[in-house]
Design a protein around this ligand. Structure first.
Ligand code: GLA
Length: 393
């Protein structure tokens, strides 16, 4: 995509010049999966794939939105007093929810606007294209109307849209990574306190590869909510003896000593993942800081095994990719990333091996699953922000 195309599309669609431009990235999670809603730690980063918008204010009350990714939906239009969820409005419910909750938070949006959006995050791949649109709308409203929205508030509003407006009971990781991302840094976030620190990701001689199963995640939301429920059940049984507010507060030893309080074996496995994965995430940060990339990679592998065997959110597609990745030369570590049940995995691969890695893992996947996977090299980029109209790539 380039800025000329987006500007041209804007002119074609709205017969006017855009005034400002914005970008919000997608995200990958390096380690710390299904820990955010358990009060644990996550370690995501923003990537340079993302969603772009060109926009201008209007003199009336109308909001008019067009996505290059969904041309058949044409222009979606509503006014600033009609901010209810509307199935017909499809993707535009994300920006609509943001407008609604930003207004509810007390910010004055005095007039409407129109915008063209285009994203290069692969669709439905679990790289958070929805949180990307949420934060894109946040920075867009902030920039067009000089609202001065606090970044953490914007992140929380994004999560609220996902939970209350769209109805997916997700945690705060995606919005946080996209709102706070920083070039060449991972974000170690404590999801209980929201304290966070940036950790430089210096992968001298290595690349992070994203491997897309191309499996659509239809079942994801119901299974996601089911896992949340299982973790809540485990927590309430552990609370009979322990005074904790979240599974993320437990050490491995504390969990082991008290796990017999959890009566159902499946629920016990879910809780074990949540506790051990949180500890692994903290260890991973230490290894990275110490420059022990090999040890970091091993923790990634253990994370995948735990998600496969204890949390059971991988599935044959993700397992095939990751298990093929583990066998390749020059691979430091590989694991699924995001919610699971399809979507993407990541691998850290030596520069010289990238080409043969893609050929070998691609062939093994196609052989087993019957359709191809896609591979992209991930670069770690900045969080959501206003950009110059000429700044698209
Ligand atoms: C999805 C959710 C996040 C997080 C991950 C799993 O991406 O949106 O909040 O729970 O799954 O780690």
């Amino acid at each position: 995509m380039n800025s000329t195309q987006l500007k041209t599309t804007f002119r074609d669609i709205f017969e006017a010049q855009p005034e400002q431009a914005f970008f919000a990235p997608g995200r990958i999670n390096l380690i710390g999966e299904h820990t955010d809603y358990n009060g644990g730690h996550v370690f995501p980063c923003a990537i340079t794939y993302g969603t772009y918008a060109a926009a201008r204010k209007r003199d009336d009350n109308l909001v008019r939105l067009y996505s290059v990714n969904f041309p058949d939906k044409e222009i979606i239009e509503f006014d600033l007093t009609q901010l209810e969820y509307d199935k017909q409005h499809h993707w535009a419910n994300y920006p609509k929810g943001m407008i609604r909750y930003i207004k509810e938070a007390g910010y004055d949006i005095p007039q409407g606007f129109e915008c063209v959006i285009e994203g290069n995050i692969p669709n439905g791949a679990g790289l958070s294209s929805s949180a990307s649109i949420e934060l894109l709308t946040g920075v867009l409203l902030d920039g067009l109307f000089n609202l001065g929205i606090d970044r953490l508030d914007m992140i929380k509003i994004g999560k609220r849209v996902e939970n209350e407006f769209i109805g997916v009971n997700s945690g705060i990781m995606d919005q946080f990574a996209i709102g706070m991302g920083k070039k060449d840094a991972g974000i170690l976030l404590d999801c209980q306190t929201l304290n966070f620190q940036y950790a430089p990701i210096k992968l001298e001689g290595y690349k992070i590869l994203i491997m897309n199963t191309n499996k659509r995640r239809e079942l994801a939301d119901s299974k996601y909510n089911e896992r949340r429920g299982e973790c809540e059940q485990a927590l309430s049984q552990l609370q009979q003896r322990l005074s904790i507010q979240a599974l993320g507060q437990l050490t491995e030893a504390e969990f082991d000593e008290n796990q017999n309080l959890i009566t159902n074996e499946t629920v016990r496995k879910r809780a074990k993942h949540a506790v051990y994965e949180n500890v692994r995430t903290l260890k991973a940060l230490e290894e990275l800081k110490a420059g022990n990339l090999e040890a970091f990679g091993k923790l990634m592998n253990q994370s995948h095994i735990s998600l496969r065997d204890d949390y059971e959110v991988t599935g044959v597609e993700l397992d095939s990719l990751v298990e093929a990745a583990w066998k390749q030369p020059g691979v430091i570590g590989a694991r699924m990333t995001g919610a699971g049940f399809g979507g993407c995995a990541i691998a850290i691969v030596e520069n010289e091996q990238v080409e043969s890695f893609i050929a070998n893992v691609g062939a093994a996947y196609q052989n087993k699953i019957g359709y191809p996977a896609d591979f992209y090299v991930a670069s770690i980029g900045d969080g959501a922000k206003e950009i110059q109209l000429g700044e698209f790539e």
